[in-house]
Design a protein around this ligand. Structure first.
Ligand code: NAD
Length: 259
């Protein structure tokens, strides 16, 4: 049964949302928060098990959810996703680029690591966004990209990640300038450390966790829902109708200690 709709409680009522990386962590929390906000959700993920689990869970609670398995770095696969969005949802209004490969994945030469990282983390955001633009301009949609606090600092161990996430912010601004006149808003969130499966090695290790907590003014690590609520705020025209080309740090104040 479809949940009751009221626009204040359901800021995405009647909207169709694509969430890449929707099978886990921040994307998974976003898919749920969006569904609760009234959206029909397309969960797109490279991991079929994750995608199915999230979609079935949402459907079981009466929400309208669909799934699509793909690698967001593959332009041909993304075209197939667009086809599916048109056929099954009749288009898309909100795009959340949350898919992200683990930073611990470091197979190959330094150049291969760099190229794969940039492709998966930055170029994929461009590919998915570009492919969806024709549908978004039809209905005044919005894009929310998931960048990172890493975009603002030096991260010698994962330079590709910091560079790609800074690139995501730059791309966000360029798309906002390009698409604003056509009624499409483009923004980004920059999470600090968030308790997702991707970075279990950071927040499950008590010593590492305590260090992060000490360096965070709010003295706590984000939950995926904290990031998802910020994404919802930026995605909805009701709450962020005059906001585009910007980013929202969701880091418990951690970045402020370094500025
Ligand atoms: N967790 C953190 O501390 C943190 C901090 C800052 C930014 N981020 C960013 O948040 C986003 C989500 O990360 P998370 O922590 O929720 O990770 P996660 O591993 O829990 O979820 C990422 C999801 O993306 C999917 N995915 C990975 N590569 C893909 C691809 N090529 N195509 C389609 N799907 C793919 C994975 O299967 C997974 O379901 C990432 O962009 C990450 O860089 C996370």
């Amino acid at each position: 049964m479809t949940p009751p709709i009221s626009s204040r409680l359901h800021p995405l009522a009647g909207r169709r949302a694509l969430v890449t990386g929707g099978g886990s962590g921040i994307g998974r929390a976003t898919a749920r928060v969006f569904a609760e906000a009234g959206a029909t959700v397309m969960v797109a993920d490279i991991d079929p098990t994750n995608a199915t689990t999230v979609t079935e869970e949402l459907r079981g609670e009466g929400f309208e959810a669909h799934q699509h398995v793909l690698d967001v770095g593959d332009p041909v696969a993304v075209e197939q996703l667009v086809k599916e969005l048109r056929e099954r949802l009749g288009g898309v209004d909100v795009v959340v680029n949350a898919a992200g490969q683990p930073t611990a994945y470091r197979e190959g030469t330094p150049l291969e690591i760099w190229q794969r990282g940039i492709d998966q983390t930055l170029t994929s955001v461009m590919i998915v966004s570009r492919a969806c633009i024709p549908m978004l301009v039809d209905g005044g949609g919005s894009i929310v990209n998931v960048s990172s606090i890493a975009a603002f600092g030096g991260s010698p161990d994962i330079a590709w990640y910091a560079a790609a996430k800074a690139g995501v912010l730059s791309l966000t601004r360029s798309l906002a300038v390009e698409l604003g006149p056509r009624g499409v808003r483009v923004n980004a969130v920059c999470p600090g450390l968030t308790m997702t499966p991707r970075v279990t090695h950071l927040w499950e290790d008590a010593a590492v966790r305590d260090t992060f907590i000490e360096q965070t003014p709010l003295r706590k690590i984000a939950r995926p829902d904290d990031i998802a609520e910020a994404i919802l705020f930026l995605a909805s025209d009701r709450t962020a109708g005059q906001i585009t080309g910007t980013h929202l740090l969701v880091d418990g104040g951690a970045a402020s200690t370094k500025m």
